[in-house]
Design a protein around this ligand. Structure first.
Ligand SMILES: [Fe+2]
Length: 464
């Protein structure tokens, strides 16, 4: 199928490659044999391993090297390579390489580099620097949650916040990132006919952050449907296998357990075996002694926006599982606005509200549901954010459909989880803190939540 038949006049093909012209995304032809799309994640223990994934033109003989920061001696690890997935409409080439460094020390700085293809002038990439996760136990660490990004520079203007959100995240000292899905929006980017090229571009644009901070990505409707598919996205991200092909998985950092649940939206209701996987996974984590259970997924549990309201069937399927295991925090995406509930229990429409305090809770009071979206890209349906409908439901404590959002969560050992949600208003240069709340562990803290006071004017700080 030619580019003209797709209505994309700027894109043409010759053989297996793509020619760059003017504004189109040039990922495939520009990278040649050079390593690109370098990103980190964890397939094994976050405290003692790192997995690096990258792309070159050819499969085979790829490797990565690691050393403690400041050392001279590199340790080489052979990569596993696979052909680039062929999602999209155009023939393409390239390889994805994946190497895991293991036997590392927790909470330690490391340097690493990856190989180019043999025919390039240099053998290895620039040196990247990163840090392993804290060890098991009551550690203090921070992570960021983000979703619904799109790629910088889209001609329709809907990704007007993406660069700014990304750059603020780059300035963060977070230990890792949770991705809520909907990254590239390959089906809706007029610069390329092939959604996979847009995915290439997304990894290129986010390499400055993802080559330094591990990303544990979950998948949205845009990675599952809409001319993209899980078969394209699953090989690009590297994480534990979990359920079936890896679309749902879990991992532990410090005393927190993270479950990346597959619930991509667009009418998808998790099937019984996926619900069973989640139920058993959370139960096993509690039995191992996890103090905090944090679940994240694309589709929201409480969402009242015009573009992507929550699916009551998803809520009814999942909330009893969250209740059973006392999940403290649930993070979601999809509906391009922010909504955060009080701690809730039960899956009835009038879910029991455990506390009406504005920002300070006990873990025993229920699950707090925070839908944190978008991290740069507005809704195609409204050409705006997803506008909130009706009056504020009683379960919802804070909401806003006026800006882009991302969250920083700090786990303070067994004591508390502290959540700050940043809002970048359209056209603003810097985000401010929209919402800040604390979930306490076993002890009751009668004092107001420490940290930024909501409602005052201040610029965001991403320091802990
Ligand atoms: Fe979505």
């Amino acid at each position: 199928m030619g580019a003209a038949a797709l209505g994309v006049g700027v894109l043409a093909t010759t053989g297996l490659d793509v020619i760059c012209k003017k504004q189109i995304l040039c990922s495939v032809s520009n990278d040649k044999g050079w390593a690109s799309q370098v990103h980190l994640s964890w397939q094994q223990d976050p405290a003692r391993s790192l997995t690096v994934t990258w792309r070159t033109a050819k499969t085979g003989s790829a490797y990565a090297e690691v050393r403690p920061a400041g050392d001279k001696q590199w340790t080489r690890v052979q990569a596993r390579s696979s052909a680039m997935p062929r999602n999209g409409v155009l023939p393409r080439r390239g390889a994805i390489h994946r190497a895991t460094f293991s036997g590392l020390q927790p909470q330690t700085d490391y340097e690493y580099r990856v190989s180019h293809d043999a025919a390039t002038k240099a053998t290895t990439s620039e040196v990247f620097r990163t840090r392993t996760a804290p060890p098991p136990g009551p550690q203090t660490f921070s992570f960021l949650f983000f979703s619904d990004t799109g790629t910088i520079g889209r001609p329709d203007g809907l990704t007007e916040g993406t660069r700014k959100v990304r750059d603020f995240m780059i300035a963060s000292d977070a230990a890792f990132l949770l991705g809520g899905g909907d990254y590239a929006y390959g089906d809706a980017d007029a610069r390329a006919a092939d959604p996979a090229i847009v995915a290439d571009e997304w990894f290129r644009q986010w390499q400055p952050l993802l080559s330094r901070v591990p990303l544990m990505a979950q998948y949205g409707n845009h990675e599952s449907f809409l001319r993209e598919s899980l078969s394209d996205w699953l090989p690009r991200f590297s994480h534990p296998r979990g359920y079936r092909d890896g679309r749902a998985y879990s991992f532990d950092v410090g005393n927190a357990h993270f479950a990346a649940m597959y619930a991509p939206g667009d009418g998808y209701v998790p099937p019984p075996d996926l619900l069973d996987w989640l139920d058993k996974d959370l139960g096993a984590a509690r039995r191992r002694g996890a103090r905090w259970l944090i679940v994240y997924q694309h589709d929201s549990i409480y969402g009242h926006g015009l573009s992507h309201p929550a699916n009551p069937r998803v809520r009814a399927a999942l909330m009893p599982i969250f209740d059973r295991h006392g999940v403290e925090l649930h993070l979601s995406a999809q509906d391009q606005n922010y909504e955060r509930t009080y701690p809730l229990r039960t899956a009835t429409p009038e879910a029991a509200i455990g506390s009406r305090h504005p920002d300070t809770y006990r873990a025993s009071e229920g699950t707090v549901y925070a839908k944190v979206s978008p991290a740069g890209k507005m809704s195609e349906r409204t050409r705006d954010f997803s506008l909130l409908q009706g009056s504020q439901p009683p379960q919802v404590a804070v909401r806003s459909d006026r800006g882009h959002h991302f969250a920083r969560v700090t786990v303070h050992g067994d004591d508390r989880i502290e959540v700050s949600v940043f809002e970048l208003l359209r056209g603003d240069a810097e985000p401010t803190v929209l919402d800040h709340f604390v979930i306490h562990g076993s002890t009751v803290d009668p004092s107001p939540a420490p940290g930024p006071q909501v409602g005052t004017s201040r610029h965001a700080s991403l320091a802990p």
